[in-house]
Design a protein around this ligand. Structure first.
Ligand code: CTP
Ligand code: MG
Length: 248
């Protein structure tokens, strides 16, 4: 079935047409552990393996490319070997900024003709659900770019530059970007080709700069990024509740 109203084709993603890119080359400064936060234990499994396993087991996913820092590579390989994850995982060396790490993974994908789509997902987001993945994979063919995101729930203030005080921002159209962020491979490569080191806090921003429409797909606030130690406690609690629901 094709959709003539947009640029894309409203076909479901084909099996094995997606490469997952997991940027994991940070150092977890704010988490404050001696080693990368991604090695922390979450429900008996290293943090990063949660996302790798969930994404890697999808029928749409053919490759999982993980950007790591040179000093962490050995530990990632050891933890993978000791795990039950049996999808194709490749490691590449990441860079100084998250965008450098994503670019390194994109270069590894080269011109793999089997890959039509790239799903970039923070390795530090262990709780992405299968429903969220189905929704964002389902939406991306429409425009070639779709990201999980969640509406802002609090009241948003902007501090007034150079003065005391603040003003309130209308939150009705404000969303917080989550991951995965899914793009056609060609589009994301084009966006990175024009990056030129201009600061960007997510991949969708680079695609927006091309003037290309990015679709917001509502995800769950539970798809949190582990940044501070207390985030890990919250993730443990969410996982415990989820496994209880499955058991009942
Ligand atoms: N990341 C990366 N390459 C970098 C920086 C970050 O691949 N140069 C990855 C992290 O490993 C993480 C994701 O991008 O999986 C989101 O980044 P963040 O949560 O900020 O992790 P860190 O940069 O490791 O943490 P911090 O900013 O506290 O140091
Ligand atoms: Mg960081």
């Amino acid at each position: 079935m094709t959709d003539n109203s947009g640029e894309g084709f409203m076909e479901a993603l084909q099996d094995d047409s997606v490469a997952v890119v997991l940027p994991a080359a940070g150092s977890g400064q704010r988490f404050g552990a001696e080693t990368n936060k991604l090695f922390a234990n979450l429900a008996g499994v290293p943090l990063w393996l949660h996302a790798a396993a969930r994404l890697g087991s999808r029928r749409e996913v053919e490759r999982v490319v993980i950007s790591v820092s040179p000093s962490d590579l050995g530990c990632f390989q050891d933890q993978l070997r000791q795990s039950a994850v049996n999808c194709n995982v490749e490691f590449v060396i990441g860079g100084r900024e998250r965008s450098d790490s994503v670019l390194a993974a994109l270069k590894t994908l080269g011109s793999d003709s089997a890959i039509q789509w790239v799903a970039v997902h923070d390795a530090a987001r262990p709780l992405v659900s299968d429903d969220e993945l189905s929704n964002v994979f389902g939406e991306v063919p429409r425009t070639g770019a779709a990201i999980l995101s969640t509406p802002i729930s609090g009241t948003v203030k902007r501090a007034l530059a150079g003065r005391q005080g603040c003003e309130t921002i209308d939150r009705r159209h404000l969303w917080v970007a989550l991951t995965p962020q899914v793009f056609s491979l060609g589009l994301l490569k084009q966006a990175y080709g024009k990056h030129n080191g201009r600061p960007a806090t997510d991949d969708a921003q680079l695609v927006e700069r091309l003037g290309h429409q990015v679709t917001l797909v509502q995800g769950s606030a539970e798809n949190l990024k582990i940044t501070f130690p207390e985030d890990l406690l919250l993730a443990e609690a969410i996982l415990a509740r989820k496994s209880k629901n499955v058991a009942n």
